[in-house]
Ligand binder design. Structure first.
Ligand SMILES: NC(=O)c1ccc[n+]([C@@H]2O[C@H](COP(=O)([O-])OP(=O)(O)OC[C@H]3O[C@@H](n4cnc5c(N)ncnc54)[C@H](OP(=O)(O)O)[C@@H]3O)[C@@H](O)[C@H]2O)c1
Length: 256
């Protein structure tokens, strides 16, 4: 079996960069998202197999798994589809926003994983191994004011990853988590701030953040490790960000 990996949230940002990086290293990819036009562009560029799928819709996720199985199977899954909505306090935020964040970051991750788990063992039988990597966030490891539903959802995604690794013990399937800090992608902060482009620009002003390509390089590197190596948790931050509370604005300068 050729190396073939399913990447959710592939229509933009980290997911699209991940498909490009896998392609550079000779992997076949299945690119998953809701916006078919963007997936078609990525497919034309990379040869990815595009599948339009809303990961919060269980029927669509079942169809995704069937299509993956019917078109060559997979030895890898990247659960990357996700995002944040709002920066309001716990008191001022809404259950509607929290529900949407849980649906995509937690339930979608669970649905896609559950649907593909019957597919991955065939890949593992053919190649000796398979991999699952969940994109969480430093927001899944440190709470901050206004983090509310996003913190809660990413902490939950972290917990699900830990549970899965325990449940799959004894199978040749490694379970990994990549938790990035500040990444400048086109849509993430814009969506979080409900279209406030000035606010989104402020988040990245005078700072050198990670780029989607940086995250993709490290992510795909984890898949390229020898099969017995499991990078349980990779925390990736820009040098300018030493914690969720400390982002250095302005140039970085050596002392003295
Ligand atoms: N940017 C950051 O600073 C940062 C930091 C840490 C972690 N992360 C995490 O990294 C992941 C990617 O972030 P990003 O910055 O690349 O964000 P992004 O550019 O907004 O990408 C999110 C992707 O998820 C897809 N998506 C959203 N809802 C979906 C659904 N219901 N079904 C299927 N696909 C869905 C979107 O595509 P469609 O709209 O076409 O469906 C899009 O391709 C997310 O899980 C995010 O929480 C981001």
């Amino acid at each position: 079996m050729l190396k073939r990996v399913v990447v959710t949230g592939a229509s933009s940002g980290i997911g699209a960069a991940t498909v490009r990086r896998f392609t550079e290293l000779g992997w076949q990819t299945v690119a998953v998202a809701r916006r078919a036009d963007r997936l078609q562009q990525l497919a034309a560029e990379t040869g990815a197999h595009p599948v339009q799928c809303d990961v919060t819709d269980e029927a669509q996720v079942a169809a995704l798994a069937a299509e993956v199985a019917a078109t060559g199977g997979a030895v890898g899954l990247v659960n990357n589809a996700g995002g944040a909505l709002g920066t309001e306090s716990v008191e001022a935020s809404s259950n509607d926003d929290w529900r949407r964040m849980f649906e995509v970051n937690v339930l979608g991750l669970r649905s896609v994983t559950a649907a593909l788990l019957p597919v991955l063992p065939a890949g593992a039988a053919a190649t000796g191994w398979a991999s699952i990597l969940n994109l969480t966030s430093t927001a899944g490891h440190a709470a901050y004011p206004g983090g509310g539903g996003y913190n809660a959802a990413k902490y939950a995604a972290h917990a699900v990853t830990e549970v899965l690794r325990l449940e799959l013990a004894g199978e040749p399937i490694r379970v990994m988590e990549l938790a990035p800090g500040l990444v400048h992608t086109e849509e993430f902060t814009l969506n979080r701030l409900r279209g406030d482009a000035e606010g989104a620009a402020r988040a990245y002003a005078d700072v050198t953040p990670l780029l989607a390509e940086d995250v993709a390089r490290v992510l795909v590197g984890a898949f390229e490790q020898p099969p017995h190596v499991n990078q349980d948790l990779i925390v990736l931050r820009p040098v300018a960000q030493s914690s969720v509370f400390h982002t250095h604005r302005g140039p970085l300068a050596p002392r003295g």
